[in-house]
Design a protein around this ligand. Structure first.
Ligand code: GDP
Ligand code: IMO
Ligand code: MG
Length: 429
């Protein structure tokens, strides 16, 4: 029987989703992206060969697996082309297995200019976006101003719409941001060039998913970013512009909620965040440096240093509830090797009083001080472990505590970047 599993980051992104999706694709027939865009950076390591994917689903390294991009993804045609060429050079043929919804909003060159101009204007309160035009592209979608992939194939319609859109954005770029504007002619050429490249890849993704289900095939839905970056449930306004939570799977791919069989939450054994915004458990001491260095915590998209801190169980419970997470995968356990003690945030205080924020938005989070529980660390290496009994007892106590605090069983534990570095506690397939 068909089994559809959503694989979602449930912190601030970079939990190791790409590695886990790649690993589980061994048992899947299709992998679907349903939100975000090329702001994502998903790393896969197979026998020392590293591949970083931004738009193409992380199942692409498995021959014969279909990779589908649903309507919820904002698609930058130039970034997609670059990624297809990068994979082609590695001998991974993409065109025959990649299909894209015609309803994907396009990320156009003016969205990138707007994203960067806006960030610059914000100065100290900048969000620290990836500068990929994600926010402005989603704004155009919601304002019903945007162009979608399918629009590219009707040249006169596209030309007409572009004239209005470019006029509008140039006004904003010139008069409000006082920065460079865009050229209508070059934007039209951009559309024509990419229309030819994209046309063979377009398909009805919702119907394809339905057909795969009817045929008893297994499907993985690959999340990008994480719960705390969700536009509605994250640390607003320091968030991305899409729903990174389980509801996004349905709206972003055209799948009904009853067709989602399981939600696997990916949790880094500590916490990281890239860009601005509050982060209660952030560490600026030697432990923070240990996590950054051992965890190689540099962004897979922008190369920026990731901020590091302890695991936040309160935020995890929030994420578990919002997405109906049924199983956890703890990643990067090996990065904690060698620490004397390990802390987990189990509550917050504000002005010395216990504090339970009504919503986890940026302002509420800014007021929080973490309240910690301290556990014993371990000195042995867990790197590359493939069975629970290879872990030191204190590491197992740490995992058990995460399970108790969240009320969700740990199904997988990742102990290294490679596809093989994983403990399977409860098989997903
Ligand atoms: P994603 O955005 O959630 O796919 O995660 P990223 O690829 O941005 O960041 C995760 C990083 O951690 C990548 O460099 C992975 O190769 C690496 N990684 C994933 N799992 C593990 C693990 O269990 N241990 C270690 N040491 N590295 C891991
Ligand atoms: P993956 O899929 C971590 C962050 C940016 C910024 C905020 C808004 O690899 O986990 P955006 O460009 O989306 O408008 O930026 O969101 N951000 C991520 N942080 N991992 C990601 O993706 C991210 N994608 C966006 O740093 O704070
Ligand atoms: Mg990433």
């Amino acid at each position: 029987m068909s089994r559809s599993v959503a694989i979602l980051g449930i912190q601030w992104g970079d939990e190791g989703k790409g590695k886990i999706v790649d690993m589980l694709t061994e048992h899947a027939d299709a992998v679907v992206r349903f939100q975000g865009g090329h702001n994502a950076g998903h790393t896969i390591v197979v026998e020392d060969q590293k591949t970083i994917l931004h738009l193409i689903p992380s199942g692409i390294l498995h021959e014969g697996v279909e990779c589908l991009i649903g309507n919820g993804v904002v698609l930058a045609p130039d970034a997609l082309q670059e990624e297809i060429e990068m994979l082609d050079q590695k001998g991974v043929h993409v065109a025959s297995r990649l299909r894209i919804s015609p309803a994907c909003p396009l990320i156009m060159p003016y969205h990138i200019l707007l994203d960067q101009a806006r960030e610059q204007k914000r100065g100290k309160s900048a969000i620290g976006t990836t500068g990929r035009g994600i926010g402005p592209a989603y704004e155009d979608k919601v304002s019903r101003r945007g162009l979608r992939v399918g629009d590219l194939f009707d040249e006169s319609y596209c030309d007409e719409r572009l004239e209005q859109i470019v006029d509008y954005h140039n006004f904003v770029l010139d008069k409000y941001f006082k920065c460079e504007t865009i050229d209508l002619g070059r934007t039209r050429e951009f559309c024509r060039y990419h229309a030819d490249k994209l046309e063979p890849l377009v398909a009805d993704i919702s119907s394809r998913i339905g057909a795969l289900r009817a045929d008893g095939r297994n499907i993985l839905f690959e999340g990008a970013q994480g719960t705390l970056l969700d536009i509605d449930h994250g640390t607003y306004p320091f968030v991305t512009s899409s729903n990174t939570t389980a509801g996004g799977v349905c709206t972003g791919s055209g799948t009904g909620p009853r067709d989602l069989d399981h939600v696997l939450g990916i949790v880094k054994a500590y916490t990281t965040r890239v860009g601005g915004g509050p982060f209660p458990t952030e560490l600026s001491d030697g432990v923070g440096r240990h996590l950054a260095e051992r965890g190689c915590e540099f962004g897979a998209t922008t190369g920026r240093a990731r901020r590091c801190g302890w695991l936040d169980a309160v935020a995890l419970c929030h994420a578990v509830r919002i997405s109906g997470v049924g199983g956890l995968c703890i990643t990067k356990l090996d990065v904690l090797d060698g620490l004397d003690e390990i802390k987990i945030c189990t509550g917050y205080t504000c002005d010395g009083q216990a504090y339970d924020p009504l919503v986890m938005d940026g302002r509420a989070f800014e007021r929080c001080e973490p309240a910690y529980e301290t556990l014993e660390g371990w000195q042995q290496s867990t790197s590359g472990a493939t069975a629970l009994d290879q872990l030191p007892a204190t590491a197992r106590v740490y995992l058990d505590r995460i399970q108790d605090l969240t009320g969700v069983p740990i199904e997988l534990v990742s102990t290294g970047p490679d596809r093989r570095h994983c403990i399977i506690n409860n098989a997903i397939y």
